[in-house]
Write a protein that binds this ligand. Structure first.
Ligand SMILES: NC(=O)c1ccc[n+]([C@@H]2O[C@H](COP(=O)([O-])OP(=O)(O)OC[C@H]3O[C@@H](n4cnc5c(N)ncnc54)[C@H](OP(=O)(O)O)[C@@H]3O)[C@@H](O)[C@H]2O)c1
Length: 304
């Protein structure tokens, strides 16, 4: 593999959707010479007016810079863009900074694919929306070979102040992305259920959501503690016995039933907690719930 220029201010961005355009714009504003390419050329117009160079084709975009940022809809789109002989020839010696969201397997396959073409590869999972990019508190999870990470770090720092390098196993960023998304969607389900319950009780949903936002740092602190409990394997009660949550989720379910509200989410939460209680974890820390998830049996996921 040819060596790449460690202090280059030249960069190419492939994919100019909401996120890719934002990345290209942030780079332009940071003084990079940005070459762009997008399937639909019209999307490049505004960026060209701001100083970007529009490549005539994908291979030209790759030729233009040592680091190539790609941020398109999914890996299928990535392959339809990059799987050509001209691109393969252009990729040798380049660094592919893959910011398209994908699975751990896709990240591994993409790294192997790049390696076969003489290119280095770094995988990143963006934890923010386009309007949240470029802030000191913007998180991006990154994994891949450390020298490649070091080479891309200045570019990543343009995209966000919180760059979390998860090590050389390239699939780590997407695996962690799925873990944080699991948390997010669990929280979204609970949040929407709470909004459903608040409005049924005549409480303004705006009042409820402000309260949730204000409580979130305290909840975050609690979740961090529960994570430490799981990591240590010591479930002796230190903050909150699981029993309290068995009763709380049962109350939420009961209220949803009495108010004739949707019960799907409360039923799931109450069911999992009840299973943990039946398994004998009531007097352990709440995090012991993970022992139920770890069960490798074909038993049903709900308790009647
Ligand atoms: N937006 C967010 O809040 C957010 C947050 C975190 C991560 N991400 C990730 O960032 C990536 C891009 O998201 P986005 O919000 O920029 O999406 P988007 O606005 O929908 O843009 C999608 C991009 O993918 C391209 N594309 C789609 N299918 C293609 C194909 N078959 N061949 C070639 N190009 C194709 C589009 O090209 P055309 O313009 O030609 O259609 C466009 O450049 C995704 O993986 C997403 O998960 C987004």
């Amino acid at each position: 593999m040819k060596s790449t220029n460690l202090i280059s201010r030249e960069i190419s961005v492939i994919g100019l959707g909401a996120m890719g355009s934002t990345l290209a714009r942030l780079l332009l504003r940071s003084g990079y010479r940005v070459t762009v390419w997008n399937r639909s050329i019209a999307r490049a117009k505004a960026l060209v007016e701001e100083g970007a160079v529009l490549a005539s084709d994908v291979a030209a975009a790759i030729h233009a810079s040592p680091i190539i940022v790609i941020c398109v809809h999914d890996y299928k789109a990535t392959h339809s863009i990059l799987d050509t002989a001209a691109v393969a020839a252009a990729l040798s010696g380049k660094v592919l900074l893959q910011l398209t969201t994908g699975s751990p397997k896709e990240a591994k396959d993409s790294e192997a694919w790049a390696r076969e073409r003489g290119a280095a590869h770094l995988d990143g999972a963006i934890q923010a929306t386009p309007s949240q990019m470029g802030r000191p508190d913007t998180f991006i999870l990154v994994s891949g070979m450390e020298p490649v990470f070091r080479q891309c770090e200045p570019v990543l720092k343009v995209f966000g102040g919180n760059i979390v390098y998860l090590g050389s196993a390239v699939e780590a960023a997407s695996a962690m992305d799925l873990a944080t998304l699991s948390y997010l969607y669990g929280a979204v389900l609970g949040f929407v259920q709470g909004a459903h319950m608040a409005e049924a009780s005549g409480i303004g949903v705006d009042t409820y959501s402000s309260l949730v936002a204000d409580l979130t740092p305290t909840f975050g602190e609690f979740l961090k503690h529960e994570g430490n409990v799981i990591q240590s394997g010591n479930y002796t009660v230190s903050e909150s016995p699981l029993k309290i949550s068995v009763e709380a989720t049962e109350r939420i379910l009961q209220q949803a039933r009495e108010a004739r509200l949707n019960t799907e989410f409360p039923a799931l939460a109450a069911s999992l907690l009840k299973r943990a209680a039946l398994a004998g974890y009531e007097q352990e820390e709440l995090a012991a719930l993970i022992k139920v998830l770890r069960e490798k049996t074909d038993q049903p996921t709900t308790v009647a």
